[in-house]
Design a protein around this ligand. Structure first.
Ligand SMILES: Cc1cc2nc3c(=O)[nH]c(=O)nc-3n(C[C@H](O)[C@H](O)[C@H](O)COP(=O)(O)OP(=O)(O)OC[C@H]3O[C@@H](n4cnc5c(N)ncnc54)[C@H](O)[C@@H]3O)c2cc1C
Length: 416
């Protein structure tokens, strides 16, 4: 079952066959969640010769991994100097290189997913944001040669709109068809020896005789270690984990193919504003426009009229163009805006909380989690392992997010 309403269900490569678990099975490592995190971890474990099974409640890529904007963005929410001060230079290098991990995997496994390392643009329309972008660019320029600033005229030419006063271009980024990539990862993991069960929700984790028993409606998987890779769809499998993140919805609306002078560049783009709007032009010339939305699943373009109106504001030539698909999904936000790796037990690994930048980061975490899961001398990983911390007043998140979105929209409108 694909996620509801997505364009990708029509444009992605076919899904590999991933039958539900039927009976009992024993593996070294069981992975809960078949998104980029779980599938990339499983692929790398299988390549290391480890027996591994992925248990996914729906189908590989059903969660955020098969519904996202397809923007392969380098770095983290915080600037490199801040990341280095908080966690050291290794984390900066790791997050900056994450898109290369994605594009290298695609190349190595010949995954058909419309991948294009065409760069990421971060655009500013307020002077305050432009100064921030210059700071970010200067910090990256001390570390690599892939990042530069783009002036008003150039960004106007690249996008076909005069909305922006400048942009940061990061050539490490790019775009892909995310459901195609998730399915390709699942296929590659299976080719390498991993087992992937779709339609297999894990309802309970139980330790028995030193091994984990992962209970599902159609059988039990016994494993020495488990990796929890459930991100914005995290439930109550592990105590406190659900309340350590805020599962925020984001949504995308897709147009019919648009004229060539609308967004002539194939770079991915996200705006720096109070409310992030992100978009790209896909292989077929459609605009895929994303942003925050009501906190529920949506499937009709009309429900994202404000994004459609905004697209027309950027490119008046889009007035009257058809918008054919709309969908939403949940991503995980953390209190400190960093991804989190937890090890609440020496046989349990958790990785989640990519804060809307998970395409590259979650994929790049795969080899890290695999290395950590098999232990040994190289088990040290790029993201430090921390304890699970519940977010205070977690029950209020829904109304807080709605209020924050409304407040941000007003500030962006007023140019504050
Ligand atoms: C609309 C939208 C747009 C986005 N745009 C971008 C973007 O352009 N660029 C970017 O970098 N990031 C983007 N993101 C974020 C990015 O998609 C995520 O960070 C990333 O996909 C997380 O991958 P994951 O594998 O950790 O989680 P997911 O892909 O969400 O996978 C988690 C899986 O766990 C499964 N699961 C949960 N509980 C159980 C259980 N008990 N048993 C079995 N299975 C279970 C779910 O079914 C789900 O498939 C976006 C997210 C959304 C929702």
């Amino acid at each position: 079952m694909t996620s509801p309403g997505t364009l990708y269900a029509e444009t992605a490569r076919p899904a590999p066959r991933t039958d539900p678990l039927d009976g009992d099975r024993s593996v070294s490592v069981a992975v809960v969640g078949g998104g980029f995190t779980g599938l990339s971890a499983a692929l790398h474990l299988a390549e290391l010769g480890v027996s591994v099974a992925v248990l996914e409640a729906h189908e590989p890529g059903w969660g955020a991994s098969g519904r996202n904007g397809g923007q392969v963005n380098p770095g983290l929410k915080h600037d490199p100097d801040q990341v280095e001060a908080d966690f050291g230079a290794r984390m900066v290098a790791f997050s900056g290189n994450a898109p290369n991990v994605v594009f290298d995997l695609i190349q190595r496994h010949q995954i058909a997913c419309e991948a294009l390392q065409s760069g990421t643009l971060r655009t500013a329309f307020h002077r305050r944001n432009l100064a921030g972008l210059h700071r970010t660019a200067e910090q990256w320029a001390r570390r690599c040669t892939d990042v530069s600033m783009v002036d008003r005229e150039t960004i106007g030419g690249l996008t076909g709109t005069d909305r922006y006063s400048g942009a940061l271009l990061d050539r490490r980024g790019g775009q892909l068809n995310p459901l195609g990539f998730a399915r390709g990862l699942a296929h590659a993991a299976m080719q390498a020896g991993a087992v992937v069960h779709g339609g297999t929700p894990v309802s309970r984790l139980r330790k028995n005789g030193g091994r984990w028993h992962l209970e599902t409606p159609s059988g039990t998987v016994k494993a020495d270690k488990i990796i929890l890779a459930t991100n914005g769809y995290t439930g109550d499998l592990w105590p406190g984990l659900r309340r350590s993140i805020v599962p925020v919805y984001s949504a995308i609306v897709a147009s019919e193919p648009v004229p060539d002078n609308v967004m002539p560049t194939r770079s991915s783009l996200y705006e720096l504003g109070q409310i992030t709007v992100y978009y790209r032009k896909d292989r077929d010339g459609r605009i895929l426009m994303g942003g925050r939305c009501v906190q529920r699943d949506i499937s009709r373009p009309k429900e994202l009229q404000y994004l459609i109106d905004y697209a027309v504001r950027l490119w008046p030539a889009l007035r009257g163009i058809g918008w054919t698909h709309a969908w939403s999904g949940q991503l995980a936000i953390t209190a400190d805006h960093y991804p989190h790796v937890h090890e609440p037990d020496e046989t349990v690994l958790v990785c989640l909380g990519y804060n809307g930048r998970g395409v590259a980061m979650s994929t790049a975490m795969g080899p890290e989690l695999a290395r950590r899961a098999i232990g040994g001398r190289d088990a040290d990983i790029a993201i430090p392992v921390t304890g699970i911390k519940e977010i205070p007043l977690h029950g209020l998140w829904k109304s807080a997010v709605q209020a924050r979105v409304a407040y941000g929209r007003v500030r962006d409108f007023l140019g504050l």
